[in-house]
Design a protein around this ligand. Structure first.
Ligand SMILES: NC(=O)c1ccc[n+]([C@@H]2O[C@H](COP(=O)([O-])OP(=O)(O)OC[C@H]3O[C@@H](n4cnc5c(N)ncnc54)[C@H](OP(=O)(O)O)[C@@H]3O)[C@@H](O)[C@H]2O)c1
Length: 196
């Protein structure tokens, strides 16, 4: 399976791509400005069977719409969070719908899954194990199972199915919550769900 990372030059996408490569996966890093071993977002999408959409929140809708034709029928993972910084403090500014739902509407034939919002770019970039769970949601059970299996190779914990794609509304705000916790505790935190 080839995995494409749209916006793969950013902190999250780069960390993810490197970690997936260390796991032995074939990864294509996509960018608006292809160079050396970085391909265009279109090429990364076209040549991959599973695609991470790893662009800033404000770019999700337009990027999904632009790539919609090549995303059709493929498993797409939306990782975007509606983060804003107010006086240097991380906050979340969610809309009525999640970014994942917006992406799903812009690329209606993509098999949209949302997840990994609680996995930090720094953790992905580190060489060590990522001692946390990964939370994922979506309406396509088969696509979700594929992403869950991949997620459980990335983290040492479980891939937790939080439900339908609309639950991304809550998942997406968790990134800002963790950033605030990190700030208070000078830490690098993730999430573990207990009691399952
Ligand atoms: N960083 C984290 O720890 C973390 C954790 C959880 C979730 N997330 C989410 O993951 C996503 C990626 O995070 P990041 O920190 O890697 O973001 P980022 O560095 O701000 O952006 C990622 C890449 O997106 C591309 N991009 C920027 N503006 C764009 C635009 N207007 N249209 C299309 N592409 C654009 C850029 O690549 P090119 O210039 O090469 O095209 C950039 O390198 C975000 O939505 C974020 O909320 C991040």
């Amino acid at each position: 399976m080839t995995i494409g990372v749209v916006g793969g030059t950013g902190g999250f996408g780069h960390g993810l791509a490197e970690r997936l490569r260390r796991l032995g996966e074939d990864v294509l890093v996509g960018s608006r400005n292809p160079r050396d071993d970085i391909v265009s977002n279109e090429e990364a999408t076209r040549r991959s069977t599973l695609i991470f959409l790893s662009v800033p929140p404000g770019a999700v809708e337009a990027t999904a719409r632009e790539l919609a034709g090549d995303l059709a029928g493929k498993i797409v993972v939306s990782v975007a969070s509606p983060i804003v910084f107010r006086d240097g403090r991380p906050s979340a500014e969610p809309g009525d719908r999640s970014l994942a739902e917006i992406a799903a509407e812009a690329a209606p034939e993509a098999r949209m899954v949302a997840g990994f919002h609680t996995v930090a770019a720094k953790a992905l970039a580190s060489e060590g194990p990522i001692d946390e769970d990964v939370l994922i949601c979506g309406n396509d059970a088969e696509a979700k199972a594929v992403v869950a299996a991949l997620g459980e190779r990335i983290v040492t914990g479980k891939a937790i199915d939080t439900g339908r794609l609309e639950t991304a509304r809550w998942l997406e705000t968790l990134t800002a919550l963790l950033l605030n916790i990190n700030r208070n505790y000078k830490s690098e935190t993730g999430v573990r769900i207990t009691g399952l």
